[in-house]
Design a protein around this ligand. Structure first.
Ligand code: UDX
Length: 432
């Protein structure tokens, strides 16, 4: 099928590339000429394992193209996918739909025939119904609107796209035939597909992300109780996870959930509830719990170090999780900013997040070439991200660089059974 994808962020670029991989003809469009030219030259705007090879391969065989000319690209499209950003407006706190509306206007102005428009961005309930009306009012062509939320995780995006646990489709018109053709490769592998109306599909995305965020927030609270009563959170996670009604995923405690989805989507769901006059007590508590958890971590750091003024704190990991270069809404932002306010000097090291960190903190913190340089003369090293590289650090050598050999492990990176000698190790949920 001839597909145009508007927006070359995580969702757009990965979806477009994977649709090309499974045999469709795809043009990815973006107003950002630098990004488009980079992609044509094989330069990825994001760090995502496996993406570069797949982009280069499909670009070379001609079924993946990149363009900044939306009008030209849309003319012959059978399917247009909207995958632009939906940031939270910092003043109103609401989801900013300006990129979505601009994409819809561009589609309407440039259609060369009937088309199916698929919404892959996460949008508030009611958005697709509104766009369906907009696209079909005073238009020469019929535009069948589809809500098709995407569940891909950064770092696993390609596999999540090619092997999803389900495909969710919402629509107000007959689209099943075309959608089955679009996802033929998935459906022949018996991946479940669910059809419903617009609000059902839109709400599934928020419900899934909020449920996952709730799981993480709950285990972070249990970890704080665990360390206060002398329990071991790693065993608790195992014991709870073996109950198949709960499942063993998304139970690992850490510095708090972050990223471009969980914090934004839990807040957006609360907004949706408020708009239909429903008090979502539990949904509200998830955000509060996550913010409170980061505050607790800062106060634990100040308990370990005493007065933080002038103390050097080493931060290992600033991305919101491993296998991404994304520092957006990372718990590291909240934690480091608090430590800076308390007068601490911050040295950071992250395998992929250094350039994102420079955009956030500029000259306010020190950027180090490796974990050992980051540990130089420091009073405490804090592990915030579960990078596999951090398991390979020689912690004995690291501690020799430090003024005080203390490590606060918030991601269960260091094996408690073999704690490095001479180091005072604090672990979230055990003794942290
Ligand atoms: C998430 C959803 O998983 C995905 O389906 C959706 O489409 C987009 O949002 P992502 O933001 O890439 O994906 O990251 P994810 O792996 O879900 O982690 C989110 C946050 O939760 C991270 O900060 C991570 O460190 C934290 N987390 C996750 C934990 O602290 N413990 C866990 O056990 C799992």
């Amino acid at each position: 099928m001839k597909i145009v994808v508007i927006g070359t962020g995580y969702v757009g670029l990965v979806s477009g590339t994977c649709f090309a991989e499974i045999g469709h003809e795809v043009i990815c469009v973006d107003y950002d000429l630098v990004k488009i030219n980079g992609l044509i030259d094989g330069v990825m705007p994001i760090y995502e394992p496996g993406l570069e090879e797949m982009v280069v391969r499909n670009f070379a065989r001609g079924n993946l193209k990149f363009s900044s000319n939306i009008a030209e690209a849309i003319k012959d499209a059978e399917i247009v996918i909207i995958a632009v950003g939906t940031p939270t407006n910092s003043i109103t706190g609401k989801v900013d739909l300006s990129y979505i509306n601009a994409a819809a206007e561009a589609i309407k102005a440039n259609l060369g025939g009937d088309v199916i428009v698929i919404m892959k961005s996460t949008v508030p309930v009611g958005t697709c119904a509104g766009l369906s009306l907009l696209l079909n009012t005073d238009s020469k062509y019929i535009c069948r609107m589809v809500s098709n939320p995407e569940f891909l995780r950064e770092g696993h995006a390609i596999d999540d796209f090619l092997n999803p646990e389900r495909i969710v489709i919402g629509s107000d018109s007959e689209v099943e035939g075309e959608i089955r053709q679009l996802y033929a490769d998935h459906l022949k592998r018996n991946i479940p597909i669910l059809f419903g109306n617009f609000p059902t599909a839109e709400l599934i995305k928020y419900a899934a992300n909020t449920a996952l965020a709730a799981k993480v927030a709950l285990m972070n609270e249990i970890a704080c109780i665990s360390e206060r009563v002398g329990a071991d959170i790693t065993k608790i996670v195992e014991g709870v996870g073996l109950d198949s009604r709960i499942g063993n995923k998304f139970l690992s405690p850490g510095p708090g959930f972050g990223g471009s989805c969980f914090p934004k989507d839990t807040k957006a769901l609360l907004q949706i509830a408020e708009e239909v006059d429903f008090e979502g007590y539990l949904i509200r508590a998830i955000t509060k719990s996550n913010e409170n958890h980061m505050t607790n971590i800062v106060s634990n750091i100040s308990k370990i170090c005493g007065d933080l003024s002038g103390k050097i704190i080493t931060i290992l990991g600033v991305t919101y999780k491993a296998n991404t270069d994304d520092v957006r809404s990372s718990p590291a932002i909240n934690i480091i900013n608090h430590l800076l306010e308390m007068g601490a000097v911050i040295n950071i090291y992250d395998p992929e997040g250094m350039s994102g960190a420079k955009n956030i903190w500029g000259a306010k913190i020190n950027y180090c070439k490796d974990p050992y340089a980051a540990a130089k003369n420091s009073n405490l090293a804090v592990i915030l991200t579960e990078w596999v590289q951090f398991k390979e650090i020689d912690y004995k050598k690291l501690s020799e660089e430090m003024l005080e050999p203390k490590i606060y492990d918030l991601r269960n990176v260091i094996d408690i059974k073999e704690p490095p000698k001479g180091i005072k190790l604090y672990k979230l949920g055990i003794n942290g």
